[in-house]
Write a protein that binds this ligand. Structure first.
Ligand code: BGC
Length: 722
């Protein structure tokens, strides 16, 4: 591929405006025409004025120093006798402020200068009906001009001047290969990014401050399409926000440095537009400038995310719980935009590994994310630095030497979980080195052999037992790090057993790290410490540890105090150690801190912090206060696996277990997953003092109800219990 094409860039400095690259050519009758294309930045290709494909923000986000995807499109139907191919290029993830590796340098003004030029590599292969072949490839015979996209930046939004028809075309120049990031070109590996949904504006609000705000009724990721009738030169400007403040005014201080602005200079007459190379996380837009009076019907939000297929369903008759489920699915859609991001709105939107690790099980039941994670795991691999550790954010955008515990453990947790859900042993095999190397790397960087001490860690991030002014819960960092060392080692052993690999070295290591941990940490001081000791099989007295955890939770007002590290396992350890009712107490709790509290306060996606909005209506902080962070949505895996009781007994659900643990307070609960072997579902309804279970399985399944197990074949089953 690309044997004939050269990387080209504009010969003229267009500042931060987006260039278009074009080539005119004539063609004979074609049998087949294929366009292969990629860019330094993100591109939109057109043939004869028509958009090629529906991929948004191609070529996607990878670890650009190592890997750059290209896409191939069948354009047979688009070829005419006289043709023009054009490719417009925005900064995207490679050249914008988001990518510190290629971060544009400030030149003393507030202007950025990209270290890498806008570039295109394209090859159009025309196979003619007469059997001949022609290749139109990027070279110095292509031309470039400045487009109406005067500014495009992932964090800071887009400025567009409508009606600008690029005219001042000049010859493109080949890029000096030494200026290119050292990537290998790879065919599209992940899911493409698409416009997945359209949401009409719900209403126009005039806030107490007099701002004109459009409410889409749903926090989401994407951009706003609008239609306007305007005079040439009229200006439209709006800002994005996720929430209104306690007085009902527009608010987006929580976006921090991300400007998230959209600006548009109108052409004459009726026109429709949406940002092309920027995306935003928002529920509201505040209209600062608009010709005449804006109306809600002028605006539609377009949801942009990876093209992942929904395979999970969660239903509950309790409306707040149902809304929580909906929010969890939304949280995933909003943050699965080529890489699993922490959030889609502020000046991060990064592939934080810890968040992905926390959420991957839920993610894999909600949507088919095998291909999505397969690609991202290659970037995890490609992000590895000195010691072989990946970065805390993947793709790496800065250069940390060691990764935080529970973040870097993504190397083991993600391949193992994806294997459990989808059963693809090849994926596990391809990542087995990554898993082993992670565990080995801990051995290299730790200050004390067989523990993980020293190094920088995020600890139980955002745990509620944090000291005032700290983001980190009070669980000991060395405790968490050493506990994850044990856990990841255990996953390497399990993976090795599945793959038929020698695990002798890791079995020995496991014994040592477990023994050293037990010798070093003789007590558990926080909820999260208890949770890890139970979930990772560290405690020698699970009954006592569980009782102590339950006691701690009750003394805390039957409330959790866990952060990113403890929360995902909290309900699991309670329900698997005889405290299912207490797990439900936490789950159905409506007061702060809880999952349902944010729903009661109007959440439409998952919040980053347990009290993003406090009871007095104030925000917890403006600094770490995303309203679209999926991490705490990981509670859904407890709903699938425990409350409804569906688990794979063999990888990929080749066999299953269904062992629901119901609670009358929820009324009716239902979960289903479209597995690689077919649809599996488990639901229960409480009525007249009894639970009625409806179960459907496509495979041999051990169903356990009230402690009694029956092994059944594929089929539909109804059971009752008291
Ligand atoms: C991100 C988190 C991330 C964390 C690391 C934050 O700024 O938004 O979700 O995991 O940093 O501690």
């Amino acid at each position: 591929m690309f044997d004939h094409a050269k990387w080209i860039s504009p010969a003229v400095d267009y500042g931060r405006a987006c260039p278009v690259f074009r080539k005119q050519f004539s063609a004979k009758a074609v049998k087949k025409a294929t366009l292969a294309v990629t860019a330094l930045g993100i591109y939109a290709a057109k043939l004869n004025g028509e958009r090629v494909g529906d991929y948004v923000f191609a070529p996607g986000w990878t670890q650009y120093e190592k890997r750059l995807q290209y896409q191939q499109y069948d354009v047979t139907e688009m070829i005419r006798e006289q043709n023009e191919i054009s490719v417009t290029v925005g900064e995207g993830w490679m050249r914008g402020e988001i990518n510190a590796n290629f971060r544009p340098e400030r030149d003393g003004t507030d202007q950025f200068k990209c270290a890498v030029p806008a570039g295109v590599l394209a090859e159009l292969t025309l196979e003619y009906a007469d059997g001949s072949r022609e290749i139109i490839a990027t070279d110095e015979n292509w031309e470039t001009a400045k487009t109406g996209i005067l500014f495009s930046s992932i964090y800071n939004g887009e400025t567009y001047e409508a009606g600008v028809v690029p005219t001042d075309f000049v010859a493109a120049k080949p890029i000096d290969p030494t200026l290119l990031p050292g990537f290998e070109l790879i065919p599209q590996q992940g899911e493409k990014i698409i416009e997945q949904d359209r949401i009409a504006a719900a209403k126009l609000i005039i806030t107490p401050k007099g701002e004109k705000v459009i409410d889409f009724g749903q926090n989401l990721t994407g951009y706003v399409e609008f239609t306007v009738n305007a005079k040439k030169g009229d200006v439209i400007r709006f800002h994005h926000g996720e929430v209104l403040d306690k007085n009902g005014n527009f608010y987006n201080e929580n976006y921090r440095e991300a400007d998230a602005k959209f600006e548009y200079i109108c052409a004459e007459g009726e026109q429709t537009y949406h940002a092309q190379f920027a995306f935003y996380g928002f529920r509201y837009i505040c209209i600062e400038s608009w010709p005449g009076e804006p109306k809600a019907e002028n605006f539609t939000a377009i949801v942009v995310c990876s093209d992942i297929r929904r395979i999970g369903k969660l239903e509950c008759s309790a409306p707040l719980v149902q809304k929580l489920f909906d929010n969890i699915f939304w949280g995933q859609r909003c943050n699965f935009l080529d890489v699993p991001t922490d959030c889609p709105q502020r000046d991060e939107r990064l592939g934080w590994t810890g968040d992905a690790q926390v959420f991957v099980r839920t993610a894999s039941y909600n949507y088919d994310v095998e291909k999505f994670f397969e690609k991202w795991l290659c970037d995890v691999e490609a992000s590895r630095g000195r010691y072989g550790m990946p970065d805390n954010v993947v793709p790496r955008v800065w250069n940390g030497e060691t990764a935080s515990a529970a973040w870097g453990d993504v190397c083991c947790i993600v391949p193992w979980t994806i294997y459990q859900t989808y059963g693809n042993a090849e994926l596990l095999r391809r990542n087995f080195n990554l898993m082993k190397d992670w565990v080995d790397a801990i051995g290299k960087v730790t200050h004390d052999e067989f523990l993980w001490t020293g190094c920088e860690h995020f600890g139980d991030w955002l745990g509620l037992d944090a000291e005032p002014g700290s983001y980190t819960g009070s669980s000991r960092k060395d405790f968490i790090a050493s506990a994850f060392y044990i856990y990841s080692t255990s996953l390497v052993i399990k993976a090795g057993m599945e793959l038929g690999e020698d695990v002798g070295r890791f079995e020995k290591l496991y014994e040592k790290v477990l023994a050293k941990f037990r010798e070093t940490f003789t007590d558990y001081r926080t909820q999260t410490e208890h949770v890890l000791a139970l979930h990772f099989g560290i405690t020698t007295e699970p009954e006592k540890t569980a009782a102590s955890l339950a006691d701690m939770i009750r003394k805390n007002g039957t409330a959790l105090a866990t952060g990113f590290v403890g929360t995902p396992y909290l309900l699991h350890v309670l329900s698997s150690n005889g405290y299912t009712e207490l797990a439900y107490d936490l789950f159905v709790r409506e007061k702060f801190p809880s999952w349902l509290n944010q729903v009661k306060l109007g959440a439409t996606t998952m919040w980053e912090h347990w009290d993003n909005i406090r009871e007095d209506g104030e925000f917890w902080s403006k600094d770490m206060n995303s309203f679209n962070h999926y991490a705490y949505g990981s509670v859904a895996d407890w709903i699938y696996e425990v409350a409804c009781g569906i688990k794979p007994a063999k990888p990929g659900f080749a066999e299953a277990v269904i062992a629901p643990k119901p609670d009358a307070r929820l009324g009716r609960l239902f979960a289903s997953i479209d597995t690689r072997h077919g649809q599996i579902s488990s639901g229960w309804t409480y009525a007249n003092g009894q639970f009625r279970y409806e179960i459907e399985t496509p495979v041999k399944t051990a169903i356990t109800i009230d402690g009694k197990t029956k092994v059944v074949n594929a089929g539909k089953y109804i059971f009752y219990s008291k």
